[in-house]
Design a protein around this ligand. Structure first.
Ligand SMILES: [Zn+2]
Length: 72
């Protein structure tokens, strides 16, 4: 069984995709990431859905603000 850690305890938290902290902002941002064509993925190191990747599996490199604007 995979042990799920809090994301702040992930040993490779630096690999997480930066995200906004507020609940509503997070959902607008996640909609934007989806509209921009990114997919959410489980991080190997912590088992949480903390990584967003392109269709080809590359890490998403998009500013949080830009994804929020896309999600509005
Ligand atoms: Zn992680």
């Amino acid at each position: 069984m995979t042990r799920v850690l809090g994301k702040e305890h992930c040993p490779k938290a630096y690999e997480h995709t930066p995200e906004p902290s507020g609940y509503l902002a997070w959902h607008v941002w996640a909609d934007g990431m989806d509209r921009l064509g990114y997919e959410q993925r489980q991080h190997d190191a912590c088992g949480l859905w903390t990584q967003w990747v392109t269709k080809t599996g590359r890490p998403a490199k998009v500013a949080v603000r830009r994804a929020i604007e896309a999600g509005r």
